[in-house]
Design a protein around this ligand. Structure first.
Ligand code: PLP
Length: 267
C-alpha cells in the first residue's frame, strides 16, 4: 500500500500572480516530495508589478484551518508567511498550542514576512508586538531578511559584524534558532546567511546571481527548510538543504509579466 508522505502546514497568504505566498510554498513542498496543507490568512490582488489589494481572512477561520488540518491529516512541520494582522497572530498562537506546533514540539518556522519586494505592506505596523511576543518564543527557527530585522529589532545591518549583533538580538526574543538572511547586504559579493542558536554562529555563504527575478525567494527558502524538518532533519541540516534549494531556484528564476518574475523550484 502507498504510504502518506510527510505533511507541512503553511500559514500564509495567496499571491494571485503565483510567484510568492502559498503558491510558492505549495510548489516548493511538492518539489521536495512533501504534501502541503494551507491555513490561508489573506488574499492579495497581485501581479508581477506589485500588490493592489488585500482581503484578510477572519482570524477565527485561520485558527480553524490549523486545527482542522492537524487533527485529521497531522503535520510534521509548519511555517508562517504573510500573517497580515495582530488579530490573526493572536488567533494563530493558541491554535498552535492546542495542536502541538512549536514550543519544542512539532518544528515551527516563522518567516516574518512584512512587505513585498515592491514595498507593499503585508503585515500591519501594530502587529509587530504580536509577532515578537507570541510567535518568536514558539518558533524553532525564524528567518528574517534584513528589512525585517530592522523592523523587529531596530538594528540596521550593514556588514557581517552587524549581522551577528542582530542574530543575538533576535535570539533574545525566544526562538530556538535564528537565520539572518544576508541577501539584502548589497555591498557583499556573496549572499551570506547566518544561523545562530545562542551558542554557535554557522555561516552559510552562497553565490549572488545577477537577476531581478527573485519574487517568492523567502517563501521558497522557508518552505524547503520546513520540508527537510518534516523529514526529521536537524535545524542546521534543514537550513543547508534549504540554502542549496534556494540557490538553485534563484538560478532557475524566470521572467513573468512586466515586473519581477519568480524563483523556480524546478531545475
Ligand atoms: N505576497 C505574498 C502573499 C507573500 O506571502 C509574499 C512573501 O512572503 C510576498 C507577496 C512577497 O514576496 P517577495 O518579497 O518575494 O516579493
Amino acid at each position: 500500500m502507498t504510504e502518506s508522505p510527510p505533511r507541512v502546514l503553511t500559514i500564509a497568504g495567496s499571491d494571485s500572480g503565483g510567484g510568492a505566498g502559498i503558491q510558492a510554498d505549495l510548489r516548493t513542498l511538492f518539489a521536495c516530495g512533501v504534501h502541503g496543507c494551507v491555513a490561508l490568512t489573506a488574499v492579495t490582488v497581485q501581479n508581477s508589478l506589485g500588490v493592489t489589494g488585500v482581503s484578510e481572512i477572519p482570524a477565527d477561520t485561520v485558527a480553524a484551518q490549523i486545527i482542522s488540518v492537524v487533527e485529521d491529516i497531522g503535520v510534521q512541520a509548519a511555517k508562517t508567511g504573510m500573517l497580515a494582522s495582530a488579530a490573526i497572530i493572536e488567533a494563530v498562537a493558541p491554535a498552535l498550542d492546542r495542536v502541538g506546533i512549536g514550543s519544542g514540539k512539532t518544528p515551527f518556522v516563522v518567516d516574518p514576512v512584512s512587505a513585498s519586494m515592491h514595498g507593499n505592506q503585508l503585515l500591519a505596523d501594530n502587529a509587530l508586538d504580536a509577532l515578537r511576543g507570541l510567535l518568536f518564543p514558539r518558533a524553532t527557527l525564524v528567518t528574517p531578511n534584513l528589512d525585517e530585522v530592522r523592523l523587529i529589532t531596530g538594528i540596521e545591518v550593514k556588514d557581517r559584524v552587524d549581522q551577528r549583533v542582530a542574530a543575538e538580538a533576535l535570539h533574545a526574543l525566544g526562538p530556538e534558532w535564528v537565520l539572518v538572511k544576508g541577501g539584502h547586504m548589497w555591498d557583499d559579493p556573496e549572499c551570506l546567511d547566518l544561523l545562530y542558536d545562542g551558542r554557535e554562529f554557522i555561516e552559510l555563504p552562497g553565490p549572488r546571481y545577477d537577476t531581478q527575478n527573485t519574487h517568492g525567494s523567502g517563501d521558497t527558502l522557508a518552505s524547503s527548510i520546513s520540508a527537510a524538518l518534516s523529514r526529521g532533519a536537524s535545524v542546521p541540516e534543514a537550513v543547508r538543504f534549504g540554502k542549496d534549494f534556494i540557490v538553485r531556484s534563484v538560478a532557475a528564476a524566470y521572467p513573468l509579466g512586466a515586473g519581477v518574475g519568480p524563483v523556480s523550484p524546478f531545475w
